[in-house]
Design a protein around this ligand. Structure first.
Ligand SMILES: Nc1ncnc2c1ncn2[C@@H]1O[C@H](COP(=O)(O)OP(=O)(O)O)[C@@H](O)[C@H]1O
Ligand SMILES: [Mg+2]
Length: 244
């Protein structure tokens, strides 16, 4: 049984079909890349999955639950995690306190499974490769480091499914590697990841499967190598080489 199931998702805003008949499943432990040109509806689809937008058609099922009409915080409680850019990082607080407040906000049942607070804080900072900065204020971090902190913090929050919207946008090549390592670590823990990225080699490296969206519709889905070679992908990107 898939962990996430999208059935015929449609979203029409003021007569514009932003999403149209989007259906696909994601299996538990899978890393799935969502790609497509700018404006193809990728972020909108994430908004539908995390509950910030209600679809005008179709349904979203997470495990056995129909979550189509749940508010975002309820979905988060069920295990749907979304990483926002620089969202909820307190610049005046140390890195370890930033992680601590996020862990304290978690439902107790989830935290009980995770070991002690201090162990988890340490593991989270280690994941972000920021352990040596634990006592520094978050405001002293570079943009890329802040992104890593935010990603690691969400990833250690006991969620089951992660929605990552362009996590490597604007970060250095070194940090792109670190993001790839973090996703690899999640995969080992059997967590499920849905990731939006423009960087096709990056997607091919980390994903089990790729879903291609164009003008609000799924036009292609398959293994990264197959998708990379396919004519449809070239057409979606108007003949441009999407790997450059
Ligand atoms: N709240 C909204 N109201 C009207 N149009 C929107 C809204 N959100 C997104 N859109 C439109 O939906 C389309 C898809 O946008 P988006 O999901 O951001 O694409 P992507 O993330 O693939 O670049 C775009 O044409 C965008 O202008
Ligand atoms: Mg987007």
């Amino acid at each position: 049984m898939p962990i996430l199931s999208l059935a015929n998702i449609g979203l029409t805003i003021q007569g514009h079909h932003i999403l149209n008949g989007v259906s696909f499943d994601v299996e538990e432990g899978e890393v799935v890349g969502l790609i497509g040109p700018n404006g193809s509806g990728k972020t909108t689809l994430f908004n539908v999955l995390s509950g910030f937008l209600k679809p005008t058609e179709g349904s979203v099922t997470f495990r056995e639950d129909d979550i189509t009409h749940l508010i975002p915080s309820k979905r988060a409680q069920l295990g749907v995690g979304r990483v926002f850019q620089h969202f909820g990082i307190f610049r005046e607080m140390t890195l370890e306190d930033n992680v601590r407040v996020a862990l304290e906000a978690m439902p107790k049942e989830l935290r009980n499974d995770m070991g002690t607070m201090e162990e988890t804080v340490r593991a989270t900072l280690e994941m972000a490769t920021l352990l040596s900065h634990a006592k520094q204020k978050a405001g002293s971090l570079s943009g890329g480091q802040m992104r890593l902190l935010e990603i690691a913090r969400t990833l250690k929050s006991g969620k089951e499914l992660f929605l990552l919207d362009e996590p490597t946008a604007g970060v250095s090549p070194k940090m792109t590697h670190q993001v790839a390592d973090i996703i690899g670590a999640l995969k080992k823990e059997k967590k499920t990841v849905l990731i939006i990225e423009h960087d096709l080699p990056f997607i091919a490296q980390i994903c089990d499967r790729v879903v291609v969206l164009d003008v609000g519709q799924v036009v292609l889905s398959g293994k990264p190598d197959e998708v990379k070679k396919s004519k449809e992908l070239q057409e979606v990107y108007f003949g441009a080489d999407p790997t450059t």
